[in-house]
Design a binder for this molecule. Structure first.
Ligand SMILES: CC(C)(COP(=O)(O)OP(=O)(O)OC[C@H]1O[C@@H](n2cnc3c(N)ncnc32)[C@H](O)[C@@H]1OP(=O)(O)O)[C@@H](O)C(=O)NCCC(=O)NCCS
Length: 179
């Protein structure tokens, strides 16, 4: 269990898949991921989960974000973990929309970064964020991520190309901010 000030993060379980599937079916949630909603069946989500178990967190792992009452409100993950380079990519989705803008995402990401840097011993964490997602951008800035570049016209969604922003944070930068 990874414990934040407001949230707790725990491994995604099979019993979470129906809730995850609800979030994947939410048009607004998925717009911020530049993905269309309702394109995966529950059976496909179950297959994806089964495949994830095979690698047991060696390259990627999914966590559920729980609120103060222990209810699932979203998910956070790392993927493309490279032990040689001590780096990983991360992503986050608060699927319960009434929790947006209330500090849960920032709290979850700070707790997750602490785990990645100070438990797994990583050196660098990076992510991509859609340029049309100012709430996510602000959240990641509050966690200490720095914008490192722009991937021009990286996604095509709702009939238009959009830029993605690359952001990253190093272990020493994170730990310095937490003092
Ligand atoms: C992005 C996301 C994880 C952020 O989590 P969150 O709990 O909503 O974020 P927080 O409340 O911790 O921080 C958001 C900040 O952005 C600000 N904000 C909200 N809407 C904003 C907007 N339209 N423009 C600028 N800032 C905005 C909030 O005021 C807050 O800053 P503050 O604490 O200084 O007031 C969450 O909103 C989410 O999952 N959204 C849908 C999916 C998504 O976008 N995933 C991320 C893909 S990269």
């Amino acid at each position: 269990m990874i414990v934040g000030k407001k949230v707790r993060l725990r491994a995604l379980e099979k019993s979470d898949l129906a809730k995850l599937w609800e979030w994947l079916n939410d048009e607004e949630v998925m717009w911020f991921w530049a993905e269309p909603c309702s394109t995966q069946s529950l059976a496909e989500v179950e297959q994806w989960f089964a495949k994830l178990q095979e690698t047991a967190g060696r390259f990627s792992k999914q966590f559920i974000i729980e609120n103060e009452e222990g209810a699932p409100i979203g998910r956070i993950h790392y993927e493309y973990l490279e032990t040689k380079h001590q780096r990983t990519e991360v992503g986050m989705q608060i699927g319960e929309k009434e929790y947006w803008g209330r500090g849960y995402g920032t709290d979850a990401m700070i707790a997750f970064l602490d785990y990645l840097f100070n438990e797994l011993g990583l050196h660098r964490v990076y992510l991509r964020v859609e340029s049309y997602n100012p709430r996510a951008l602000k959240c990641y800035q509050k966690c200490g991520f720095t914008q490192e570049g722009i991937l021009r016209h990286h996604v095509f969604t709702r009939g238009e190309y959009h830029d993605d922003l690359m952001m990253g944070i190093l272990c020493n930068e994170f730990n310095q901010r937490q003092k």
